[in-house]
Design a protein around this ligand. Structure first.
Ligand SMILES: Nc1nc2c(ncn2[C@@H]2O[C@H](COP(=O)(O)OP(=O)(O)OP(=O)(O)O)[C@@H](O)[C@H]2O)c(=O)[nH]1
Length: 281
């Protein structure tokens, strides 16, 4: 009976060691060429030597396990094999997690529909830019765009068409601003552009240019979403606000929100600031 148990432990150990090679193969496929591969080849070679050693042990000590104490070595063999499997599996999992980290980080700051940055990212960037503006006296402006009567588009053509409109609008905006500007999906159909080193007048010009471009360009609607509707035209209202000494995050956001509200109140499809000046189409 004890011989049977000892053989069972060692044979199971061999099986576990064989299995422990698979995580290494998978892990090596994930690693960049030659990076650390040598070490994993050495580990694989050691596992092969262990397997030979385990097998030799069975042959040499066949039928020699008559006392309970004789099970200590087969027991250690078995647990050693479990240890190797666990270490290899955890190494594979850790490597996968590390490789996924940049993807997860990107996903956590990206809006999936528009592929713009999300509000979390804006808050982070805005805090940094406000610090910079405060310290070095650099200008900083925000533009808040809101699609006019977007509810009507959703109600008339469906939410999927609304989603297409949002995604295309996002691309138009991204293609129209500087690469240093940060474009984010701020809310449902609101898009915020943070323009560092941009004074109010320049930001208002940018907003006017964006408004015109959006009014001029039509949104292509895929036939499968709405067979009769090939293209759709939209307009946006834009609020603009700039950083002034002593402004904090909340005040700046409140100002741009207020400016957008003014633009809506002034009849939509226009640009407005918290100051009285308003540019009409
Ligand atoms: N398709 C789609 N619609 C959205 C999304 N997020 C918000 N909305 C819709 O946006 C609409 C916003 O409606 P309102 O706040 O009444 O604004 P509006 O109709 O654009 O009117 P004004 O802003 O006053 O010109 C609602 O119908 C929301 O359901 C989205 O991700 N996809």
């Amino acid at each position: 009976m004890l011989n049977f148990i000892a053989t069972g432990l060692v044979v199971s150990g061999v099986g576990i060691l064989v299995c422990s090679v698979f995580p290494i193969w998978k892990l090596m496929a994930l690693l960049p060429r030659e990076a650390l591969r040598q070490s994993w080849y050495v580990l694989t070679a050691l596992i092969m030597i262990f397997i030979i050693g385990y097998t030799a042990y069975i042959g040499v000590f066949w039928g020699a396990h008559e006392r309970l104490a004789n099970l200590v070595v087969p027991g250690i063999f078995f647990l050693g094999a479990c240890f190797v499997l666990l270490v290899n599996y955890l190494s594979l999992k850790t490597t996968r997690d590390i490789q996924r980290m940049p993807v997860l980080e990107q996903e956590s700051i990206t809006d999936p529909l528009t592929e713009l940055y999300n509000r979390r990212y804006l808050d982070r960037c805005l805090a940094t830019e406000i610090d910079r503006a405060n310290r070095y006296g650099i200008s900083l402006s925000l533009l808040l765009l809101d699609i006019d009567h977007f509810k009507r588009i959703n109600d008339s053509y469906g939410h999927q068409v609304g989603d297409v409109v949002l995604a295309e609008l996002a691309q138009v905006i991204v293609n129209s601003v500087r690469t240093t500007d940060v474009v984010t999906r701020y809310g449902g159909e609101e898009i915020m552009v943070m323009a560092p080193s941009t004074p109010l007048e320049t930001a208002v010009d940018l907003a006017a240019r964006l408004r015109e471009t959006i009014e001029r360009e039509s949104v292509d609607v895929p036939a499968k979403l709405h067979p009769e509707l090939k293209e759709l035209r939209i307009t946006v209202s834009i609020g603009v606000a700039s950083f002034q000494d002593g402004n904090d995050h909340e005040t700046l956001i409140q100002s741009v929100d207020e400016a957008l509200y003014r633009a809506k109140r002034n009849g939509r499809n226009c640009v407005s600031t918290v100051r009285p000046a308003t540019t009409q189409p």
